[in-house]
Write a protein that binds this ligand. Structure first.
Ligand code: C2E
Ligand code: MG
Ligand code: MG
Length: 720
């Protein structure tokens, strides 16, 4: 112990006070070197240990002449220091560091004996201050580690999701180890070539320290830490890492079986990696030092929900298993597949120098899923829509996935069963769609909505028998927004309910006026499944026609197949109520959905509207055969059949020859605003204009057309 009695205690108290302000040991030695130089009016102040110069003042930005400084003898001496000159040096040992010393060096004058005593005193004070700050630092780190470990123990005992606990193990270890990168690698029982991986990318770790992790006593993987700034990890770090590895073992053992581990990162149904694992692998692939160019494929099944709704969830699961198998089979080693739940799958494809591979994989997936499946002895046809996003442009894993999702949405909207590649303008479209949704909120009150009417004709007489009400939105900036864009927005925001009610009112209002001169004219109104689900919908419809003074048979409600697929939300009951009230029900866009022929007759239906994709003739002989099948079907079940979207004379003739008696389409009449429509309808009702030629076709023999229902042709509908 140094004897401070010979030294002015005041100076030492000042020294101690100054050092006491320092928060870390690094700051402390720097401050000590400065105070030594200041106290003795010295050019040089140093704190040194066997490790080298811990802090030195007096050298500006020049490199420290470390070797020379280390060779300064103890006691007092005269040393030539480059850049400063001949210096009187004075050295005092400091026990805080191995071979610790503090040194003052000045050019001007020798030191007195009280100078030497003061320096000895300062060395003692520095020793004291260093010990206490170290104790404090250790205490702080221990406290922090303790806090993190306690939180970890809490989440283990609360059985937090395993994936989350394991992520906190790597994050916690890293934070108590001064931010050193930490990774947890667990052997994957399912796929030994691809270990489950949490935290930092293993290949980026420098000089890693590795501690085994156990599940029920058996090594199941390793917790690894790399050094942060080149300084190798010491014993203390290893001890900390071991504690965290023990916690990982505890959590894994607590999850008891490797099964649970698999569950944390795999979809339990298909065994494919789940979203967290997929994202993690994607992140690792993107973070590689020299990443391979890659693409993310987001796969969404078409019409899966219909299967689930009609055949039940167990059958849906069976189908998903088969789909997963086919998707897995389309990928090579460089791709990896995942299931995100529901009917969503994803793939990563590393394509090296051949981006064309990506589209090929997408095509393979689409083709594989389009082939018929057999579920519980029944043939099931579904499809797949794929969104593709290529890496690059600084997109991270989750952004890339969101881009692929957006591209998938786009491909879905274009009809599904195809792929689309992400383009940045899709993001703008998303923004604009969100904007439209908020604009639509006020559209009714701002008088931007209107209704057009398109006549439906009796093809045998050429007379209009009904008009279909079609919604229009005149957006103040965008102009006319097509129903194909507008209706999904209205449905997703719930605005379809008030908007639909308004369309119905308009339709009833105009129909009651037109029926003054054309008393048999009916009005056809489209109803979304969202409206049918609204409690009291049937009663509202009846009230609306009553208010307008219309008889129920003047109204046709058009619904789509999706409304009929699932009865669990009471839509069929609503339709039955409407039918009981005397309202006619039409099934719109027939042939595009999943309706099984066998249950059509069980539904409250009066009319089938053949979707225009079958009327256009674009599907060749197969399409024609389907049209004939639908017409025959109508006869068997006592349903009227309307052909939609007749665009030219050839189509019209084919339909008439197939025995179709009702039709609608641009060739006959386009949708028109209600004002002035009655004059046109009256004119048409005279049998003039549109169909002068029709009579010549009516009654012709249906040469070569079969009249039995070809169920096989039906089940193989194109695009089905
Ligand atoms: P939809 O009910 O099948 O109506 C027929 C659609 O085909 C209308 O499109 C009509 O303009 C169009 N169309 C008619 N003839 C032809 C033709 O010869 N060629 C072609 N290419 N198209 C023809 P629009 O008005 O764009 O409506 C699209 C869909 O939006 C409708 O299909 C219907 O599902 C829905 N929609 C329209 N208005 C409403 C509404 O008030 N409520 C609900 N829920 N849906 C509506
Ligand atoms: Mg319709
Ligand atoms: Mg339609």
């Amino acid at each position: 112990m140094t004897d401070f009695s010979a030294v002015s205690p005041q100076r030492l108290v000042v020294f101690l006070t100054e050092l006491g302000r320092c928060a870390t040991s690094a700051e402390l030695v720097r401050q000590a070197a400065e105070l030594v130089a200041e106290e003795f009016d010295a050019e040089v102040g140093l704190v040194m240990s066997s490790d080298g110069v811990l802090a030195g003042v007096g050298f500006g930005s020049a490199d420290l002449p470390t070797d020379l400084l280390q060779s300064i003898p103890s006691g007092v001496a005269l040393v030539s220091i480059p850049g400063i000159g001949r210096c009187h040096t004075m050295t005092a040992a400091c026990a805080a560091f191995p071979s610790g010393r503090i040194v003052a060096g000045r050019v001007s004058a020798r030191y007195t004996s009280s100078d030497r005593d003061l320096l000895l005193g300062m060395a003692g004070v520095l020793d004291l201050a260093t010990r206490s700050i170290r104790a404090l630092e250790r205490e702080r780190a221990r406290h922090r580690a303790l806090e993190i470990l306690l939180a970890l123990q809490r989440s283990i005992s609360h059985r937090a999701p395993l994936a989350k606990i394991l992520a906190s193990v790597t994050e916690g270890a890293s934070s108590v180890m001064r931010g050193c990168p930490v990774a947890l690698v667990l052997d994957d029982a399912l796929d030994p070539t691809r270990p489950v991986h949490v935290g930092a990318a293993v290949e980026t770790l420098v000089d890693p320290v590795s501690i085994p992790v156990h599940v029920q006593g058996v090594t199941a993987g390793h917790l690894l830490a790399g050094s942060q700034d080149g300084t190798p990890l010491g014993e203390e770090d290893r001890a900390l890492l071991s504690t965290f590895a023990e916690h990982a073992s505890l959590a894994l053992t607590d999850a008891r079986t490797v099964e649970a581990m698999k569950e944390a990162f795999h979809d339990p149904l298909t065994g494919l990696p789940n979203r967290p694992l997929f994202l993690d692998r994607l992140k690792a692939a993107l973070d590689k030092r020299d990443p391979n160019p890659l693409a993310v494929l987001f796969v969404d099944l078409d019409r899966f929900k219909d299967v689930n709704d009609t055949m039940g969830h167990a059958a849906g699961d069976e189908l998903l298993l088969q789909v997963a198998e086919r998707i897995r089979a389309t990928t090579r080693t460089e791709s990896s597949a995942a299931r995100f739940g529901g009917d969503e799958f994803a793939l990563v494809v590393e394509y090296g120098s051949e981006p064309g591979i990506v589209l090929q994989v997408a095509e393979r997936v689409i083709a594989a899923v389009a082939k018929p499946f057999t579920v519980r002895g029944k043939t099931v046809l579904i499809g797949a829509t794929v969104g593709i996003a290529f890496s690059g442009h600084g997109r991270d894993a989750s952004e890339l996935l969101a881009d692929a999702d957006l591209a998938m949405y786009r491909a879905k909207r274009a009809g599904g069963g195809r792929s689309a590649t992400f383009e940045s303008k899709m993001r703008d479209e998303l923004t604009s769609r969100l904007g439209l949704a908020s604009d639509l909120t006020g559209a009714l009150s701002r008088d931007e909505l209107s209704v057009e009417f398109q006549p439906i004709f009796d093809l045998t007489t050429g007379r209009p028998i009904a008009v279909e009400a079609l919604l229009r939105w005149h957006h103040p900036v965008r102009g006319i927004v097509a129903p194909s864009e507008l209706i999904p927005i209205a449905e997703s925001t719930g605005l379809i309910v008030p908007v639909g009610r308004w369309v119905l009112e308009q339709a009833c209002h105009w129909a009651s006026r037109w029926r003054e001169s054309l008393p048999d004219l009916k009005v056809s109104v489209n109803a979304s499944v969202h409206q049918l689900r609204e409690p009291g919908f049937a009663e509202d419809v009846v009230a609306a026609i009553t208010r307008a003074g219309l008889p129920p048979l003047a109204l046709i409600m058009e619904v789509t197949e999706s409304a009929l697929i699932a009865d669990h939300d009471g839509t069929i009951e609503t339709l039955e109520k409407l039918e009981k009230a005397g309202i006619t029900i039409a099934l719109d866009d027939f042939g595009t959905g999943y309706s099984a022929l066998s249950y059509l007759h069980k539904l409250p239906l009066d009319i089938l509207k053949i979707d225009r994709s079958f009327v256009s003739g674009g599907q060749g002989e197969q399409g024609d055969q389907l049209v004939r099948t639908i017409i025959d079907l109508g006869k068997v079940y006592g349903l009227e059949v309307v052909a939609e979207g007749i665009e030219d004379e050839a189509q019209l003739q084919r339909l008439i020859q197939a025995g179709c008696t009702l039709g609608q389409g641009y060739f006959l009449s386009r949708p028109a605003i209600p004002e002035g429509l009655i004059e046109k309808l009256e004119h048409l009702d005279q049998g003039h204009e549109v169909l002068t030629e029709l009579e010549s076709h009516v009654g012709q023999p249906r040469g070569g057309f079969g009249s039995t229902i070809d169920e096989a042709a039906w089940e193989e509908r194109p695009g089905y």
